[in-house]
Design a protein around this ligand. Structure first.
Ligand SMILES: CCCCCCC/C=C/C(=O)SCCNC(=O)CCNC(=O)[C@H](O)C(C)(C)COP(=O)(O)OP(=O)(O)OC[C@H]1O[C@@H](n2cnc3c(N)ncnc32)[C@H](O)[C@@H]1OP(=O)(O)O
Ligand SMILES: NC(=O)C1=CN([C@@H]2O[C@H](COP(=O)(O)OP(=O)(O)OC[C@H]3O[C@@H](n4cnc5c(N)ncnc54)[C@H](OP(=O)(O)O)[C@@H]3O)[C@@H](O)[C@H]2O)C=CC1
Length: 341
């Protein structure tokens, strides 16, 4: 049996099941609190962000982005798909891009069917590994060719695998840093050189809540800290070209099927709930709303900033006991729509 990385995915065919389970049990002990975290999950939290989100809606006006073009990396799944859906709802033309063509195609077919006939919105996809310089150049040039320009870049594509730092191999470290830091840099540089330098534009980078470190994800914590600082540098360098750039840092538990599938035990994504003052996970809609706000004219005086969308988690130090509560319920399109009925 070939040796397996210290943490593999549930789909791993490299190791036998027992080896897989032993490794994951060790990690789970580090992540999961002693009590049953599933009791914190309301139906809404479980559903939000899945492919079953019934209908899109938005707190923003429907024609807000009707003359705009956006690129969303990782736009075929999870948070990126919700952002894409909201941008389309607001009239935007959206190019989604990532490595796996099949899921991009599926998302385009699904989301195209939600665009109303009167809307100027449109969606297409391009295969692009953001770690590959030529593919990133191609993403920008093809989008300009197809949609006539680019107004928004949402650097959402990224991720990591959980592992103790002592077990991270150089190849794994490089994969995570190249994806999250170098990939984001390449997308920023290319959109600037090919379009924003002459026309201006807005960039939003999705990072993570790493403000108190990111144990067992140290590669990702370091890479995203790099993106946070890149955001500051570029906001100053490119202001004179009419470019704004900000980051959004979601708390460590935004549920989507794809995000959960990345971890051995899907409940891992819930493991931070006890340390969230809001006592719940965030929804993909809450991340999308913050991205749309930063892209919108309402944020024209905001640049170089990182918006934490984490229910207060990054501030919480555990010295103050917060009782269980449900006083800060999540925002979902499902609830928003049903409140209008
Ligand atoms: C523990 C849970 C806490 C909850 C907090 C959650 C907060 C954050 C949540 C999210 O970010 S959700 C988003 C989740 N989605 C993703 O992460 C998807 C994207 N991730 C990836 O594609 C990979 O993880 C990647 C490594 C970033 C890129 O993979 P790539 O396909 O380029 O590389 P590979 O060829 O697969 O691997 C290269 C190298 O990396 C090491 N490695 C990869 N996976 C693992 C693993 N599971 N365990 C240990 N090491 C791994 C390994 O060295 C690989 O090389 P080889 O040794 O296989 O040759
Ligand atoms: N869910 C959460 O709790 C949190 C998520 N985040 C971050 O939010 C972002 C979206 O995550 P989420 O939606 O939850 O999870 P997903 O796994 O659904 O999204 C990750 C997306 O990134 C794309 N991607 C990964 N690597 C590359 C690459 N090299 N080139 C192009 N695209 C790539 C994937 O597409 P493909 O595989 O087709 O390439 C996928 O669509 C990520 O950066 C994630 O780390 C941050 C904090 C918390």
């Amino acid at each position: 049996m070939p040796e397996c990385p210290s943490v593999c995915t549930p789909q791993c065919t490299n190791c036998d099941k027992s080896q897989f389970q032993v490794r994951h049990r060790t990690l789970e002990k580090r992540f999961l609190p002693k009590f049953n975290i599933l009791k914190h999950l309301s139906h809404d939290h479980k559903m939000a962000g899945q492919t079953l989100v019934p209908n899109v809606c938005s707190v923003f006006r429907e024609d807000l982005f009707h003359d705009k073009v956006a690129i969303v990396t990782g736009g075929g799944t999870g948070i990126g798909k919700t952002i894409t859906q909201e941008l389309l709802h607001l009239g935007c033309k959206v190019m989604i891009a990532s490595r796996k063509v099949e899921r991009l195609k599926k998302a385009v077919t699904e989301l195209k069917s939600t665009i109303s006939r009167s809307s100027l919105a449109d969606i297409d996809y391009l295969q692009c590994n953001i770690r590959n310089e030529d593919e990133v150049k191609n993403l920008m040039s093809q989008t300009i060719k197809q949609f006539g320009g680019i107004n928004f870049l949402v650097n959402n594509g990224g991720g990591q695998f959980p592992s103790g730092a002592g077990d991270i191999r150089l190849k794994g470290w490089n994969a995570v840093v190249e994806t999250n830091l170098t990939g984001t840099f390449l997308c920023c540089r290319e959109v600037f050189n090919q379009w924003f330098k002459d026309h201006g534009g807005v960039i939003v980078n999705i990072i993570v809540d790493n403000f108190k470190g990111f144990p067992l994800m140290s590669h990702s914590g370091a890479a995203r800290a790099g993106v946070e600082n890149l955001t500051k540098s570029l906001s100053i360098e490119w202001a004179e070209y009419g470019v704004r750039i900000n980051s959004v840092a979601p708390g460590g538990g935004i549920y989507s099927e794809t995000a959960a599938a990345n971890y051995a035990n899907p409940t891992m994504i819930q493991s931070s709930i006890p340390r969230v003052p809001a006592k719940r996970n965030g929804t993909t809609e809450e991340i999308s709303a913050s991205v749309c706000f930063l892209l919108s004219p309402a944020a024209t005086f905001i640049s170089g900033e990182t918006l934490r969308v984490d229910g207060g988690a990054s501030l919480y130090k555990n010295k103050y006991e917060i009782p269980e509560h449900n006083k800060l319920p999540g925002y979902t399109w499902e609830k928003d729509l049903s409140s209008k009925l």
